[in-house]
Design a protein around this ligand. Structure first.
Ligand SMILES: [Zn+2]
Length: 132
């Protein structure tokens, strides 16, 4: 709660209970939710929250660099509170998205691509998660 309040204030966003609920949820989850998924979850505890509040709060946090937007599911923007470089694994059975540590994979040759100046990249792996 305190962290969410501070964060909203630092971003110059007036901390309403609805916005605090959005921030608390998005910064704690590693599930890479869409805005609609955030809305659905936050509505369970804060029934008065509007779609516009959720979308605007998420977009403001993304603009401030506290969230990353990713298009990992076809046609859907998801929000990622992990803003450090990392890769992703998408489970094709469940649609779940997992963070893969940056150092777990090696990408080489990006600097030698002729005619391209690479600013950013990540590896998106797709498959099935092994049952333990
Ligand atoms: Zn991620």
């Amino acid at each position: 709660m305190e962290q969410a309040l501070t964060l909203l204030r630092e971003c110059g966003i007036h901390p309403t209970p609805q916005r605090i609920a959005v921030v608390q949820f998005i910064l704690r989850t590693d599930s890479h939710p869409s805005a609609d998924a955030v809305l659905e979850t936050v509505r369970r505890q804060c029934s008065t929250i509007s779609r516009a509040t959720v979308y605007n709060t998420l977009n403001l946090l993304a603009q401030k660099g506290l969230l990353k937007t990713q298009v990992l599911r076809e046609g859907t923007v998801v929000f990622d509170a992990n803003v450090k470089p990392h890769h992703h694994f998408i489970d094709e059975d469940t649609g779940d998205i997992y963070d893969i540590p940056w150092v777990a994979l090696k990408v080489t040759g990006e600097k030698s691509l002729k005619g391209f100046r690479v600013r950013d990249y990540q590896v998106v792996l797709r498959g099935r998660r092994r049952k333990k």
